[in-house]
Write a protein that binds this ligand. Structure first.
Ligand code: M6R
Length: 611
């Protein structure tokens, strides 16, 4: 989704804006632009396409002199990707410039009213109404920027993080947010706003996380925060202790490959602090043993890959801890009036902590008075701040749009919770817990082993990179793995792919199987081997080529698949953590082979901050 950056300070703004925007590229975008005050006017340059086009257009920012500016990468919502729809947007006389991340839901209404007052619109965006509305209220409020921003905010419905500059207040950048991420960086000799921390890390590690309806006013040497009544707010900055290099490629061809290879470490980092002397200690959960025993139900709510980890966890929580679990897509949960009774725990899972639907689902759960827990990667993000409790996954910054390491960390965070709940509820004995822990702590090394064996997958990916349709099948946890394997392939290779519960194929989808169709069969659940193999036989007899991911020494597969990749043996609940590795590599190498933009696939955004 869109990224915003703003700078005011001693340096030239444009190169800093370009650099900041480059750190937000991972969010996904189709056009980019900047507005810089040159001492007399606000100049805007904006263009379709990648940031390098904007860099070329402005000679790396050199043609836009000035020390105050705002920048934007746009992921089109209202209006096609085009130069004119790219941000920033001006008001009528070009004395105000605005960048926006989010969606103004009542923009149609506002536009009609503004047009009736004589305002002209150049673009098809919802954002342009903000520029004109600001113009209207700025004049009405006797050129008081804070008052006019409050007025605008009171009129718009939807989500926004805004960066604003005024030609007659050239020493300030203003910003305000509601439901779209926004941070302020406190630098030396200059201050910044941005949609995410990596954009400011080169200049500062001291960052303020802005809450809904807070307005930030930045000048070269000062940052002031206000509420919408214009009262000053005291806020504390947070020191970011992760390194800028964590957000760089470090010699890998793509972020996705780097992140795949980081998994042994990040999975270990997520497990280790929560295991002590043979016990699972999740202090941040803040639940007593009595409260854990009193749990009647768990709802897991998330989107995309995070949702897929929830599908796995349903099997793990129910199998291990015998607690009923419902798993929902956040976009469904929020509108289905779910029954949330006393004794329910709602777990919201999100890498970014900013996914609009997941955040709305969390708020719904909170409004119904049930306990909420966020499993979140980005420290200080909205879901992390708003959930009653937060359990962080220690994946570090994930840049590639296709999640890998955050997914793996979300899985192990949920295994830890399930083991804790199972033990406290006496569904597993001390001995069983000890044995699960041994298996859990082996996972990082086992992932490493799988990664050291990538050539076979690479060759297979080269061979099938021209496939048009791919089907992923499995039963139980293997079905959950299939969901993620299929998403990994389709999102970055643009090959049509579907995941099916293996037993469900014959109820319709098997009609799509023809000579040469690739079927990826995930077969890690021993008690289901025979059942899944019978489905494999069905598709092979219709011409499918079967690639199976299965456990080491599963001889039953040898005569039933055309290609096999083996994963090390582990507890039946943890197989997803291993089986997903070859499937991530498969998706990655197919995308590379097809010459696609692996880290920034078309139409996708890393952080989906609009619904
Ligand atoms: O930031 P979140 O974990 O809330 O994002 C949810 C999905 O958008 C995300 O998992 C998406 O499906 C992945 N980027 C796909 O690889």
């Amino acid at each position: 989704m869109c990224g915003i950056v703003g700078y005011v300070g001693r340096e030239q703004a444009a190169p800093i804006l370009l650099d900041g925007l480059s750190k937000l590229e991972y969010r996904g975008y189709d056009s980019a632009g900047m507005a810089v005050y040159d001492g007399q006017h606000i100049n805007i340059q904006k263009t379709m396409g990648r940031l390098k086009v904007l860099s070329e257009l402005t000679h790396d920012g050199a043609t836009m002199p000035g020390c105050v500016g705002i920048g934007h990468t746009r992921w089109a919502t209202h209006g096609e990707p085009s130069d004119v729809n790219a941000h920033p947007h001006y008001n009528e006389d070009q004395s105000i410039a605005v960048v926006h991340n989010g969606i103004i839901e009542n923009y149609g209404d506002l536009k009609t009213k503004l047009e009736a007052r004589g305002y002209h619109f150049l673009s098809a965006t919802d954002t342009e109404v903000i520029a004109h509305l600001l113009d209207y209220y700025y004049k009405k409020c006797q050129y008081n920027a804070l008052a006019s921003i409050s007025k605008v905010v009171s009129r718009v419905e939807g989500s926004y993080a805004l960066g604003i500059i005024f030609v007659d207040q050239p020493e300030y950048v203003y910003s305000v947010r509601k439901d779209s991420p926004l941070i302020v960086g406190h630098g030396q000799g200059g201050n910044l706003i941005a949609s995410d921390v990596p954009a400011v890390l080169k200049y500062t590690r001291d960052v303020y996380f802005i809450e809904n309806d807070e307005v930030a006013m930045l000048s070269q040497d000062n940052i002031q925060f206000y509420n919408l009544d214009g009262e000053i707010l005291e806020k504390e900055s947070k020191h970011i202790d992760w390194d800028i290099h964590a957000a760089e490629k470090g010699g890998y061809e793509h972020f996705m490959l780097k992140e795949i290879y980081e998994q042994p470490k990040t999975v270990r980092d997520t497990i280790t602090p929560r295991v002590s002397n043979g016990e699972i200690v999740i202090e941040e959960l803040g639940m007593t043993d009595e409260e854990i025993r009193a749990l009647k139900k768990i709802h897991i709510v998330a989107c995309g890959s995070a949702y897929h980890t929830g599908v796995t966890s349903k099997y793990v929580f129910e199998g291990m801890a015998r607690i009923p679990v419902e798993v929902d897509l956040a976009s469904e949960f929020r509108y289905r009036n779910p029954i949330l009774e006393e004794g329910t725990l709602v777990i919201v899972i999100s890498q970014s902590g900013e996914t609009a639907d997941s955040l709305a689902a969390l708020r719904l759960a909170k409004s119904r008075g049930v306990k909420t827990l966020g499993i979140v990667n980005v420290v200080g993000s909205s879901i992390a701040r708003e959930a009653d409790k937060v359990m962080y996954t220690w994946a570090g910054p994930e840049i590639s749009v296709a999640t890998t390491k955050a997914y793996s960390c979300q899985l192990v965070a949920q295994y830890l919770l399930a083991m804790k709940f199972a033990h406290v509820r006496r569904q597993i004995t001390d001995t069983e817990l000890a044995s699960y822990l041994v298996d859990l702590e082996k996972l990082p090394n086992q992932i490493e082993r799988l990664l050291s064996n990538k050539e076979k997958i690479q060759k297979f990916a080269n061979r099938y990179s021209g496939a048009e349709n791919v089907f992923f099948i499995g039963r139980g946890i293997d079905y959950a793995i299939s969901l993620e394997g299929s998403l990994k392939l389709k999102e970055i290779s643009y090959i049509h792919s579907e995941a099916y519960a293996a037993g469900e194929l014959k109820h319709g989808t098997i009609s799509l199987i023809e000579e040469g169709t690739l079927v990826v069969a995930v077969v890690t659940q021993e008690e289901l081997y025979a059942k899944t193999i019978s489905n494999i036989v069905e598709v092979r007899s219709r011409g499918a080529v079967v690639f199976s991911v299965t456990n080491d020494n599963n001889q039953a597969m040898e005569s039933n698949a055309d290609y096999i990749t083996y994963i090390p043996r582990t507890n039946k609940y943890f197989t997803n953590s291993l089986a997903i590795i070859p499937l991530q590599l498969f998706g990655y190498y197919v995308s590379v082979c097809r010459g696609l933009d692996v880290d920034k696939p078309r139409n996708l955004a890393k952080s989906v901050t609009v619904e």
